[in-house]
Design a binder for this molecule. Structure first.
Ligand code: DAH
Length: 345
């Protein structure tokens, strides 16, 4: 009987569809039962032998078999696709509880931090920040600072010359002359200039062929040594602590008269003497003095009318003292372990 054959085919097909676990085999089943050369077609070929009455009955059964098998195939196809998608998604799951990869934090270099701290301090006292060229003329680096050619004090600063007249500045002091030269002579000049300087030194724990300086300058009528001392005292206390004392010792610089060196009291021993201060109780911080009349005059100021003070300090040395750094080369060799110690937050 054709009806029974059809029913048996349906049962068999549905069972296979139920068992199949992958989309490829499911497609094979579809072809096997419903394809042009498939099992259903094969059975229906025998329809011709049926009587007129039987044909529509068998036709109806055949249609329902086709519909049921098709529906089962489609349903299974959807189910397999969904399972495949879920498998893929679960494989690609992101574990949001895993700790992230750390992003390297950066921050200003310790010397930049020191320079900015000093800048803020002097801005608070009415100073302007100025910058000058690192490739400087012999005139500004030396001559305008009362250091004519062949002056023996030029030996104090071993110089990288580029030509006879051009050099890498050995200090930030040329900015004294530059600032005064370009100033409106009716107004006081009050500036600090931070920057890099260069010397023909052999690098060791306390020398670097390139380091930083900050120059300070105040020119006006009636500027006195008392103003210089008050300014340096205020700077030192803000920078190193309110309990630190300063003292000025006579010294020599060609561009200042009188010249001084400023020390601060040693923090480690409070003036009693220890290895940090070489048993003197004091630590040398900077050079300073009242501006030499020649320097004022060369910059176009009448030294009978104007006076001024100047000072020069080294942020490298200040950072070394403040943080107990024992080798200046640490500032320039970019060891991240050293540099990141000074990054906060
Ligand atoms: N230019 C000096 C140096 O490099 C430092 C200095 C000393 C600067 C005295 C000054 C000063 O302005 O008045 O050693």
């Amino acid at each position: 009987m054709m009806q029974e054959e059809l029913k048996a085919l349906e049962v068999e097909a549905l069972q296979k569809i139920k068992e199949v676990t992958d989309e490829r085999s499911l497609q094979d089943i579809r072809v096997h039962y419903l394809g042009k050369k498939g099992a259903l077609t094969a059975i229906l070929r025998g329809m011709g032998k049926l009587s007129k009455e039987e044909r529509p009955v068998v036709g109806e059964v055949a249609n329902s078999v086709r519909e049921n098998v098709t529906a089962a195939l489609d349903a299974k196809k959807t189910k397999l696709e969904k399972a495949a998608l879920e498998a893929q998604l679960s494989k690609e799951t992101i574990d949001v509880t895993l700790p992230g990869r750390p992003v390297a934090e950066s921050g200003p270099h310790i010397l930049t931090q020191i320079i900015e701290e000093i800048e803020d301090l002097f801005i608070g006292m009415g100073y302007e920040i100025k910058e000058g060229p690192e490739v400087e003329t012999d005139y500004f680096n030396f001559e305008a600072l009362n250091l004519p050619k062949n002056h023996p004090a030029r030996d104090m600063q071993d110089t990288f010359y580029i030509t006879n007249e051009l050099l890498l500045r050995t200090h930030t002091s040329p900015m004294q002359a530059r600032a005064m030269q370009h100033s409106d002579k009716s107004q006081p000049v009050k500036m600090i200039c931070p920057g890099k300087v260069y010397r023909r030194d052999t690098d060791d724990a306390t020398h670097s062929h390139q380091f930083t300086q900050i120059e300070g300058l105040y020119v006006d009528r009636n500027v006195t040594m008392g103003d210089l001392k008050g300014t340096l005292d205020r700077f030192s206390k803000a920078m190193f602590g309110q309990d630190r004392e300063i003292r000025l010792r006579p010294s020599f610089f060609p561009f200042t008269e009188p010249s001084v060196e400023m020390d601060i009291s040693c923090k480690s021993c409070h003036g009693k003497g220890c290895s940090v201060c070489k048993h003197t109780g004091w630590i040398e911080i900077l050079g300073a003095g009242m501006m030499h009349p020649n320097v004022l005059e060369m910059a176009g100021y009448d030294p009978k009318e104007f006076t001024g003070f100047a000072f020069g300090m080294g942020p490298d040395r200040i950072a070394m003292l403040k943080y107990g750094v024992n080798d200046i080369r640490h500032f320039y060799t970019n060891d991240i372990r050293f540099l990141t110690q000074f990054h906060h937050g």
